[in-house]
Design a binder for this molecule. Sequence first.
Ligand SMILES: [Zn+2]
Ligand SMILES: [Zn+2]
Length: 323
Amino acid sequence: MIKPSANFTDRMCRRIGILDRESPLVANQRMIVLVFLFHSLALLACIPWLFSWWGVGLWLGGHYLYGTLGMTMGYHRLLTHRGFTCPRWFEHALAVLGVCCLEGTPMSWVAVHRMHHQHSDQVADPHSPRLKGFLWSHMGWFMFLNPNLYKVSTYERYIRDLFQDRFYKRMEKPWASRRIYIIQWLVYLVLGALVGLLTDGSAEGILQMSLSFLVWGVILRTVTVWHVTWSVNSITHIWGYRNYVTRDQSRNNWVVALVSGGEGWHNNHHAEPRAASHGQRWWEFDHTYTSIRLFQMVGLASNVVKPKRRMEMEQPQEEAVAS
Ligand SMILES: [Zn+2]
Ligand SMILES: [Zn+2]
């Protein structure tokens, strides 16, 4: 077993009150098991007995609720880049939706993503496809030991602002975020049982609907939201066009943008990380930004950061080279 790095000591963790006290290697092994287990369980959606239109609705609706509002709006545009402000309770609610996606705690996700922006496509980038290939950037980087991601100094450097909020520190306690995820399972199982009771009434109908809610609404949705997030790390640093000349290899990819609520306009995002809107041209539809505007209209979002470089759009690199 690899010993924790010098910065990753029990004493330090207890003092700050954050970080999993297991060794980085154990955390990586757990991640490998989780990814394998969830992909295997997601195959249960292929069983006709577990199919229901309720499940399909929960799967698609869950992509918006947890993927778009939790991950994209909450973890990414709000917590990482502070592209807008909102009431503290609403910020925490978005963070809880993000936790339900099983992509790490708010602090760990934000730290890794800020590291990515600071060192995009350079050696210190945790998940650049330019350095180790597509598969590595998609789902390999978090399965292999990267001691930098487990150092307290990394957290202190990248998420000083989140340290000020007790809520995010509590999320780092062992079992805090896992408890939220398990509660989510129970809620879906109970709701499914209730719907089964009202629509069918038989014991088999109740069991079938309950499991359908769990498989389609939680497990399959968790796996597909994972791949959507991972595609932003991998695909949008390889394939697509560029509106801006940036020091990294970020690209705008319409397929990723379509399934990720606008995150696929990744070159625009790297050009102006704080802008709440990632779509810049008229066809670059960004439904996360549309949601932010809707929340702004009802008073739940304010100080929305607008893109500044809109009128000085740079020529796509390929065209610039050709001319
Ligand atoms: Zn990027
Ligand atoms: Zn970002």
